[in-house]
Ligand binder design. Structure first.
Ligand code: ATP
Ligand code: PRP
Length: 317
């Protein structure tokens, strides 16, 4: 089958081909009923039930393809989009649009220095050596600091400003945390999630350049905006379903107002009369992260038969 010819008339959707974002992406696609079969070693998969093709690409390259309008939709980290934008400033027709925060893959791009060293602020790194995989964002970050430093020097000397000191930004493709110990860098700009890698390397964070999560992005002029909308709504539905559970319980009608305070729902609880006089059944969405406390409170105020059900999918406002 000639896959490339088959891409015509299909919306192209880039997803990470490996790495930390991939599994959650595949789960989102499955939850959104986007059905595909990926042939071994092939980075293109035709979707069987929608005019859509998935393109599996490195997360860091996705903003480039989407930004240039070669691919219509993509999932990647906000960090990679900002790095791309720092390299290729968006124009009227190029650059990516963030359409949805997917609420996974949270991490921070941080300036880090040796914990036991004598540098404590990012300003002290101006003019020194920095290593990062995010060279464009690092350059932008330090150019701003250089400018501020030169203006302050100028003011102190009663002049218009000195020529800024240049911070040297060098690229490393991985294991960036090794750069200080190996004497290549005075500081690094690297991703921090749990902080374990940073601490193990004897480093500490002194500033945050970007806060990142996985995002759904689109090009400025996608080939099928209606389908972009359908996919966005499906993905939104899956995210909401992951965040909420459905809680049902029975409660005496006289306690309904108190129960509704504990479980107000997204809009309002659904209340139905029970066959037993004076009792009602309530069903309501509750944030998954709060459900244990909510069940404790409901039990305490006399609610019975409290059941919690996982949501498969949702469409809510
Ligand atoms: N602890 C983390 N370290 C790196 N990236 C993370 C982390 N947590 C979340 N991410 C997100 O995952 C994205 C992809 O990173 P990941 O390292 O998995 O990609 P990759 O394609 O395997 O790249 P590489 O081959 O350079 O490691 C990052 O850009 C970032 O948005
Ligand atoms: O805060 P943590 O939870 O420890 O995660 C952060 C680390 O993970 C990433 O590296 P990765 O494992 O992708 O390997 P790499 O150094 O080869 O990029 C990142 O570059 C940090 O080194």
């Amino acid at each position: 089958m000639d896959l490339v010819t088959n891409l015509e008339d299909r919306l192209l959707f880039a997803v990470p081909k490996k790495g930390r974002l991939q599994q959650a992406c595949l789960e989102l696609l499955a939850g959104s009923d986007i059905k595909f079969h990926r042939h071994n070693r092939l980075d293109i998969a035709l979707v069987m039930n929608l005019p859509l093709a998935l393109i599996f690409l490195p997360a860091a390259d996705i903003p480039m393809y989407v930004g240039e309008g070669r691919v219509d939709l993509g999932i990647t980290g906000r960090d990679t989009c900002e790095e791309h934008e720092a390299a290729e400033p968006p124009t009227e027709n190029t650059g990516v649009l963030e359409i949805l925060d997917l609420e996974f893959g949270a991490c921070k791009l941080q300036v880090q220095v040796p914990e036991k060293g004598d540098i404590h602020t990012p300003e002290e790194l101006v003019g020194k050596n920095i290593v990062s995989s995010f060279t464009k964002l690092s350059e932008k970050y330090f150019r701003d600091l250089e400018l501020k430093a030169s203006q302050q020097d100028g003011q102190a000397n009663g002049e218009g400003g000195n020529r800024p000191l240049r911070t040297h930004i060098k690229h490393a493709g991985g294991s960036v945390e090794a750069a200080c110990a190996l004497g290549v860098a005075d500081g690094i700009v690297d991703l921090v999630e749990s902080g374990e890698t940073m601490r193990a390397a004897g480093l500490k964070a002194i500033a945050t350049v970007v806060e990142s999560t996985a995002i759904l992005i689109s090009s400025k002029h996608p080939s099928d905006p209606k389908l972009v909308n359908i996919i966005t709504n499906r993905i939104k539905g899956v995210i909401t379903a992951q965040k909420y559970v459905l809680c049902t319980y029975n409660v005496e009608r006289k306690n309904l107002a108190a129960a509704s305070k504990i479980t107000p729902g997204k809009r309002a609880p659904t209340v139905q009369n029970l066959e037993e006089e004076g009792w009602v059944a309530v069903s309501v969405m509750v944030a998954r992260s709060k459900i244990a406390g909510v069940m404790d409170e409901l039990t305490e105020m006399g609610a019975t038969d409290i059941l919690v059900t996982k949501l498969e999918n949702s469409r809510t406002t």
